[in-house]
Write a protein that binds this ligand. Structure first.
Ligand code: WTA
Length: 638
């Protein structure tokens, strides 16, 4: 990324509209003064130390922030806590005991309401079941589950006994699943028979079985009976156990493991510019304080709210803001399984009306998709319970913002455009309800977060100019390292731009009011329908086909998905990119990575632009694609 030439290509430069919050929003807001709160956040230790007082600690921390081994920052050192205790146990002796913790709904209209007390018992039974299988503190448990209630239960059960979960999004195929499970060295995999998607059932157990064949370390597969579809439980030498059988007879009490604030909580894989997916490691105390505090500040959580984040729990958005933060705050969180447009594009709005959702958080790609079906769907339902809206995952174009604002927000509800990453763990740049909004801008860094737009040398760029987005000071929910790869952690995030700052890998601009406008990735990472995919992963999927000698992949702008894949392929001697071969290649990429790797275009080429050391210059391909100047190529030679 260091060679990337930053250009101002954004149409957002012309966006000048400003939307002020209404009185109702201001009156209710947990934080009423944006400026004052950001001012308070400048004293990191005082600010985060005060926030941490809102949670349960078995032992209090000695120090809020320990910078002695930076960039391996530590938060709340000496503190002992358990995030599941905070998310579940501490509510069962309060008025929340019989409140719904998880509201599961799916595209078929099925629902399941799980109260805090029921969740407590279920989590404990699974935690005890895992212990019986020999899972101990620090062990890794792989999770490949649909958006069924057992997914949050599994995360919470692991955290209760101090095992690290490593969840893999159920849209990934066997190749991607196996790669992640092997890197995490997971001994156990929790999976399910199937998942509902667009009226059919996808057999997940088959995919897990395929992955299992490539994962010598996995000893046991726990299988949730979710859809009731037929699965093969016998042909894997007795390694499969039904989830129900595992927990049957287990006690519904389980002592929480007293975790050090810095004990690992989970690993979540994310794509980078090069090489294998990176195992982002989050720890316990800071992550808990960061996620719950930001959710409360940004989405203004109050007792009685019904919070819905439409992401998948297999991604960080779901980890932080479907499972941990909402439950730690004692709210009710919706877990939705299925497509946004099945049985019709009014599905989501119908759920909001039926249950009375108060805050709704989704991705721009979903908004653009639903926009195509017109205003009639959201307008058919009573959405008056909503107080706040939100987006995440990619820059939201002002047209989609306005559609969301008018049709879902009825020109009254503020939209929280939250910029953050798997690595950051929490929202970083985002409005709070009282912030004046500009469509397409994530506004300003949150209290306690210091961000800037700089050039390669770390100098702040002038207002309106594009540059690299950096974070200048540590924050509690930051990743602590890349699993088993501390050098790569330092290289990827801390040694890119001088000054000991965190480099996000995004290009951004700051305007004259100090508002940030995120413009997309500066590296070779694609954003396809809100899913982050590395170009190198897609390229190796192509090359794994016999007919392909070399492949280079770039993002192709897409009106709904933000990007799809454009592949430049050098085929082996005598091969032609026929329609049949294209179909085969699509199948191959799907097999290696999953359906989320959407291919928009494939072209056959004879050569690919490369550096002298043989690295593909995707930047040149991108520039050609946009009809732009290719830049000074000589500087690219390493
Ligand atoms: C992009 C998702 C613009 C960005 C939580 C970032 C955004 C990457 C926004 C992280 C936003 C996320 N505006 N771009 N509001 N939110 N991004 O790790 O490029 O899946 O670096 O985390 O998504 O994606 P990830």
């Amino acid at each position: 990324m260091a060679n990337e030439i930053v250009k101002d290509t954004s149409v957002l430069l012309t966006e000048k509209r400003m939307f002020e919050p209404g009185n109702e929003v201001i009156e209710k807001a947990n934080v009423k003064n944006w400026k004052a709160e950001r001012e308070k956040g400048k004293d990191l230790e005082a600010y985060w130390g005060e926030k941490a007082e809102n949670f349960h600690w078995f032992e209090k921390w000695n120090k809020v922030l320990d910078e002695s081994e930076k960039p391996f920052y530590k938060w709340f050192t000496g503190g002992k806590t358990n995030i599941t205790y905070n998310a579940v146990d501490r509510w069962i002796n309060t008025a929340k005991r019989n409140q719904v913790a998880i509201l599961y709904v799916n595209e078929r209209g099925d629902e399941k309401k799980i109260t805090y007390y029921e969740l407590y018992k279920e989590v404990n039974k699974l935690a005890n079941g895992l212990k019986r299988l020999g899972v101990k503190k620090g062990d890794r448990v792989g999770i490949y589950l649909p958006m069924s209630p057992e997914l949050p239960v599994s995360l919470l059960a692991c955290a209760k006994i101090g095992a690290m979960h490593s969840a893999v999004f159920a849209g990934f195929s066997e190749g991607a699943l196996a790669e992640r499970l092997n890197d995490a060295e997971a001994k156990i995999l929790i999976t399910a028979d199937g998942t509902y998607r667009k009226g059919s059932v996808i057999n997940l157990k088959n995919i897990a079985d395929e992955a299992f064949l490539q994962c010598p370390i996995i000893e046991t597969m726990i299988v949730v009976k979710h859809c009731g579809n037929e699965v093969n439980m016998s042909d894997l030498s007795g390694k499969d156990i039904w989830y129900d059988n595992l927990i049957e007879g287990e006690p519904s009490e389980c002592e929480p493991e007293k975790m050090d604030a810095e004990d690992p909580l989970y690993i979540l894989y994310t794509s980078g510019s090069t090489g294998k997916p990176k195992g982002v490691l989050h720890t316990t105390g800071g992550y808990m304080v960061g996620t719950a505090t930001t959710l409360k500040t940004v989405f203004d959580i109050h007792d009685g709210d019904l919070w819905w984040c439409s992401a998948d729990i297999g991604w960080v958005t779901g980890h932080s803001y479907i499972v941990y933060a909402p439950l730690v705050l004692g709210t009710t969180t919706v877990v939705y399984e299925g497509a946004p447009d099945y049985p019709d594009p009014g599905t989501w709005w119908k759920i909001i009306e039926k249950y009375g959702v108060t805050q709704f958080y989704t991705a721009p790609t979903a908004i653009r998709h639903l926009m195509r079906f017109g205003d009639k769907f959201p307008n058919r339902y009573d959405l008056s319970t909503l107080r706040l809206l939100g987006t995440v995952g990619e820059p939201i174009n002002p047209e989609a913002w306005m559609w969301y604002y008018k049709n879902v927000g009825k020109e009254k509800l503020p939209i929280m455009d939250t910029w953050w990453q798997t690595e950051t763990g929490t929202f970083m740049i985002s409005p709070i309800p009282v912030s004046p909004l500009k469509p397409g801008s994530a506004t300003k860094p949150l209290p306690g977060i210091e961000a800037e737009v700089v050039d390669k040398e770390g100098n702040r760029v002038p207002v309106g100019k594009g540059g690299h987005l950096i974070i200048k000071t540590p924050w509690p929910a930051m990743l602590r390292t890349l699993y088993k790869n501390p050098d790569r952690y330092v290289e990827t995030y801390w040694n890119v731009i001088p000054g000991g700052v965190y480099t996000a890998g995004d290009i951004a601009r700051e305007d004259e009011d100090g508002y940030f406008w995120i413009q997309g990735r500066s590296d070779d990472v694609l954003q396809i329908a809100g899913h982050r995919i590395g170009t190198s992963e897609v390229e190796s999927a192509f090359v794994s086909h016999d007919a392909v000698a070399e492949a280079a992949v770039i993002g192709k702008p897409d009106p709904v998905r933000y990007e799809t894949i454009k592949a430049f392929l050098i085929l082996k001697e005598g091969k032609k990119l026929t329609p049949d071969l294209m179909t085969e290649l699509k199948k191959q990429v799907r097999h290696e990575l999953g359906a989320l790797a959407v291919i928009g275009e494939m072209v056959q080429v004879d050569i690919l632009p490369k550096t002298r050391s043989g690295k593909i210059m995707r930047r040149v391909l991108r520039a050609r694609e946009k009809g732009e100047d290719e830049g000074d190529i000589s500087t690219l030679v390493e």
